[in-house]
Design a binder for this molecule. Structure first.
Ligand SMILES: COc1ccc(Cl)c(-c2nnc3c(C)nc4ccc(C(=O)NCC(C)C)cc4n23)c1
Ligand SMILES: [Mg+2]
Ligand SMILES: [Zn+2]
Length: 344
């Protein structure tokens, strides 16, 4: 189907505040969610220009603009897995590429860098705000399509990405050689599928081993583990920002989780505690997620890239904040308030 691009869309792509209006845009402390939604398409173009993609891959602006607008339209209006999540994940890719000098230092080729940035932007297209296990349980169309291979949602995000590239006037990669085009789509497939947290857990120990024995650019599996790690870090990058931001994002995530729990209850199923607004303890669950999952991933990143240490420090700060909010939460629970009211 052909979604139309409106006049307002075209304006959105051309209206970029200039450099000095957005200081610190290229710093890890910058919070991309503060960029106005209507300015985000233009910032994507700016980041891709800064990263040298436009020149290296002879990208035509109108094709790129149309692609970005279609990708934005491809995201749904759900609390967390929406366009502003996609934009913030793509912004982290920009930060990683520039601050770790991934291409300059040979960790990524320019093509891998392009695939990384585009995969981040597209990695959750058409997300419905429900988990892979919910797809199985609800016998969704996506489960019937992809459940035999696993990573149901991620396979759908990948297919939506390819479809958008094949939509008339959106293929900004059409100047690539045949080999580069095939290689790029292959990289996008690996990178988007790597955003399934379940897949991350399967390779986490090998990523840790890779970091400890020393990253070897010549090893294809090291390159794959690094690309996967960088995808997961980008997907979780909200957790490396200040407490105000982290707390706001947690509310969005639990709004999605609790909505899924309500759906599951409506289907006569018992939702997991973290999806059940009556049972969830947000601070406890977040402390578990940050200490057992998030901080481990960013520690591996910091082993390979020393200047990623500030990201680990930021997560430590957020852990401290969750611990203090847990104390308040526990006291309020004694007074009979639910977790949700506490967070709000
Ligand atoms: C990298 O891929 C994803 C995919 C989806 C999500 Cl929501 C996230 C994500 N991004 N930020 C967070 C935060 C702050 N807490 C989380 C707590 C639990 C879970 C989770 O998925 N637990 C497994 C269960 C659903 C089977 C995910 C969380 N998360 C990352
Ligand atoms: Mg995802
Ligand atoms: Zn995501």
């Amino acid at each position: 189907y052909h979604m139309q691009v409106s006049q307002q869309d075209v304006l959105d792509v051309t209206m970029c505040p200039s450099e000095h209006e957005v200081p610190d845009f290229a710093k890890f402390t910058f919070t991309p969610r503060k960029i106005l939604p209507k300015e985000t398409p233009c910032f994507i173009m700016k980041m891709m220009k800064d990263l040298g993609f436009i020149d290296t891959f002879k990208i035509k602006s109108d094709n790129l603009a149309r692609f970005i607008l279609y990708v934005r339209k491809g995201y749904r209006d759900v609390p967390y897995h929406n366009w502003s999540h996609a934009f913030s994940v793509a912004h982290f890719a920009y930060l990683a590429l520039t601050n770790f000098q991934l291409v300059e230092k040979g960790y990524f080729t320019q093509l891998e860098a392009l695939a990384y940035f585009i995969s981040c932007l597209c990695h959750d297209i058409d997300h419905r705000g429900t988990t892979n296990s919910f797809q199985q349980q609800s016998n969704s169309v996506l489960a019937s399509l992809y459940s035999s291979e696993g990573s149901v949602m991620e396979r759908h995000h990948l297919s939506q990405t390819i479809c958008t590239l094949n939509t008339g006037g959106c293929n900004f990669l059409d100047a690539l050689s045949k080999d580069d085009y095939v290689k790029c789509l292959d990289l996008i497939k690996d990178m988007i599928l790597a955003t399934d947290l379940a897949s991350h857990y399967k390779i986490h120990s090998r990523q840790l081993a890779m970091a400890q024995e020393g990253y070897n650019k010549a090893l294809p599996e090291h390159r794959y583990y690094l690309a996967s790690l960088l995808m997961t870090c980008a997907d979780l990058s909200d957790q490396t920002k200040d407490w105000k931001e982290t707390k706001k994002v947690a509310q969005l995530i639990y709004a999605e989780f609790f909505a899924q729990g309500d759906l599951e209850k409506g289907m006569g199923r018992v939702p997991a505690n973290m999806m059940d607004r009556e049972k969830a303890s947000i601070p406890d669950h977040q402390l578990e997620f940050l200490t057992q999952c998030c901080i481990c991933i960013f520690r591996i990143l910091a082993t390979i890239f020393p200047n990623a240490k500030i990201l680990v420090e930021a997560i430590k700060q957020n852990i401290i904040c969750w611990e203090s909010s847990k104390r308040i939460f526990d006291r309020l629970c004694i007074e009979g308030k639910t977790s949700y009211e506490v967070l709000v």
